[in-house]
Write a new protein. Structure first.
Lengths: 355, 355
DNA sequence: AGTTAGCACTCAAAGCGAAAGAGTGCTAAA
DNA sequence: TTTAGCACTCTTTCGCTTTGAGTGCTAACT
């Protein structure tokens, strides 16, 4: 963690990063000397930059061009130099405001937060919903729709509900729905897939009597519901914004990146590998997927009761306004976190209903 | 519908379209004379092409280039010349096979079908789920999760179910859940938003007695559930494939298109405007959105019991292999349609369950 | 020792003009 | 009505030079 650079080298590195991020073109010694460090001559800067290049923090596209930060350079910048920036009070307020408008469905809040992240930073934003755990269903409900259709509702231990339509090839009565529900709640509810053994199933069938075929139809849907990995989804917002950055005018790179985003190539893994509660920055080749080796991912997880329930982040080129992006993502995630955690307290205060 | 072109002009138009689609470069008279119409001299073709240009079917990028089909040219091709092509039996089989693997959730089938459409045509595919109509809820169910959480299940007239978690600031009992459900079913079910008048609400509140605050919390979710346009979603697959076509190397156009796809700019409208049960082809400026004026959309609706329940399609440049794409989309949609419509019959046959 | 001025050097980017090549439109003959 | 011939147009490409930014090095300066 100790990078051991002289004060001045750090200053120059920072200057290069910030100038390059802003201007998009390799930055030369003269520019820095004039605009950001008036006490030094270009020659001095040149010497220092040559050192920084030897150390791996800077790169040169070609001999007669200025310098560009390397990935290591960005890393250093992110770790040591960009930490201070914070969103203003007003901006934080605004975010909370925009978020508050949404119903308190976590999905919606996450989506809105990521949309905000995208539009505020002008990068592509992602919202991640972790895999929802349907591996154990704690309660069933069956609704009668018409004589050949029932609706099966499954409630998981973590509070996720999932519904499936049961189209039947035979007629049923509303009472069958209730019967099916009670059977499912008696024999299936509270069990994992493994625990639904043949004897259990046979008992349940006996219980259903002549309507065993109803149970069969329901079980088929239940199996598929329990097996499928709900969630683990990534919602993407604003892919088109990538095109405003010259680094993605290379069709090949852009294509790779788009593919990576669409296939979630390693993005989920990358995110789950981020440790700590702070905003995570994954620069260039630090990414799992080769297709993302020219991009940077900035994410922050969102926790509820200490458990990760989602994440929001942005994807952009390595040449990115890190200070701003990190602060934005941080503030938004913070905002969402507060919102979903405070919901309880809000309702607890005797505001509505006068008992 | 009568386009009134001489046999030979049609032949030449077709030749131009097919050669251009294949090669990607303006096609000249010589090429056609040699490869596709050996009985005519280039000069003859030239004359005819000049006519076709005057009629608006062909265009010339510049004086010394070959001809390129205009949108009208493509339209003619699609309407009159590309109709015959059909997928082979083997291919259709393969599609059905791939689809059959999926559970019979419509969403999943649609998604898989569109993924197939994309990979088979190498264009970007979309799957459309029509707006699910929650404007009238015909039945409620309330599940008890824990002392401060209930799960509200709403069932629409069209068989769509939606669930919402009710986080409460006070404790409830399982009996409260049942009580709430019956109240909702008595007073709210079967009514549209307009019909839920103040008197109705007051009756319902009286019914709930001391637990009126529970009703209030539920109503909030119900309102938001009824107002929000569920569905109407577009799932996109393979945006990255767009990049393999030179027409989208223009960053501006690509950006517009990506934005249009993401915002569903008019795509839903466009699709709902397609009449007839056949595959619809929307070429260039026929699209609602200006951002899609360089693209073509090929879609087919999917019906169940005569009602549109979705659509699949592909988006690509106007220079597109129409015959193949149309046949592919057609076959896939057909496949999906058969699958979801035959479900009933499958279950009707006494195969499983022996009563 | 650290800093600075000066200068030759390198290399991408931009501009220019000639040459090549493809395809056309038109005219006149078959 | 079709075809051959031919002059014409316009893009594309290539090579060439010019321009300019920025460097690295050396030698002088503090």
């Amino acid at each position: 963690m100790e990078y051991d650079l002289s004060k001045r080298k750090m200053q120059i590195l920072r200057a290069v990063v910030e100038a390059y991020v802003k201007g998009g073109e390799p930055v030369g010694s003269k520019y820095i000397a004039q605009n950001m460090m008036p006490n030094c001559s270009p020659a001095t800067i040149r010497n220092e930059m040559a050192d920084l290049e030897a150390l791996g923090y800077l790169e040169q596209p070609h001999t007669s061009a200025g310098r560009v930060p390397s990935e290591l350079g960005y890393r250093f910048y992110v770790d040591c130099l960009a930490g201070e920036y914070k969103k203003t009070k007003a901006e934080t307020e605004m975010m909370s405001e925009r978020l508050r408008g949404k119903q308190h469905e976590l999905d919606k809040i996450l989506a809105e937060a990521s949309r905000l992240a995208g539009s505020m930073t002008n990068y592509t934003a992602i919202a991640v919903k972790p895999r929802s755990d349907m591996s154990k269903i704690i309660r069933f409900e069956v609704m009668y729709f018409d004589s050949r259709t029932l609706v099966l509702v499954m409630l998981s231990g973590s509070g996720n509900a999932k519904t499936r339509n049961l189209r039947l090839g035979f007629d049923v009565l509303p009472t069958d729905a209730a019967h099916l529900a009670s059977t499912l709640n008696t024999y299936i509810a509270g069990r994992t897939l493994d625990e639904i053994t043949l004897p259990v199933m046979m008992q349940a069938e006996t219980e259903m009597g002549s309507e065993a075929r109803l149970l069969a139809a329901a079980m088929k849907e239940i199996y598929s519901g329990m097996e499928e990995q709900g969630g683990g989804e990534i919602k993407v917002d604003g892919v088109d914004r990538l095109l405003s950055y010259p680094e993605f005018s290379d069709v090949g790179k852009l294509r790779g990146l788009l593919g990576a985003i669409e296939n979630k190539d390693g993005i989920l893994d990358t995110i789950s590998n981020i440790d700590g509660d702070e905003v995570g920055v994954v620069i260039g080749r630090e990414n799992m997927s080769d297709n993302m080796s020219d991009s940077t991912l900035v994410v922050k997880k969102i926790k509820k009761d200490g458990k990760v329930v989602g994440a929001i982040g942005v994807i952009g080129p390595c040449r990115m306004d890190y200070a701003n992006v990190m602060a934005t993502v941080d503030a938004l995630a913070e905002s969402v976190g507060k919102m979903i955690n405070s919901e309880l307290k809000m309702l607890e205060s005797p505001k509505k209903g006068n008992d």
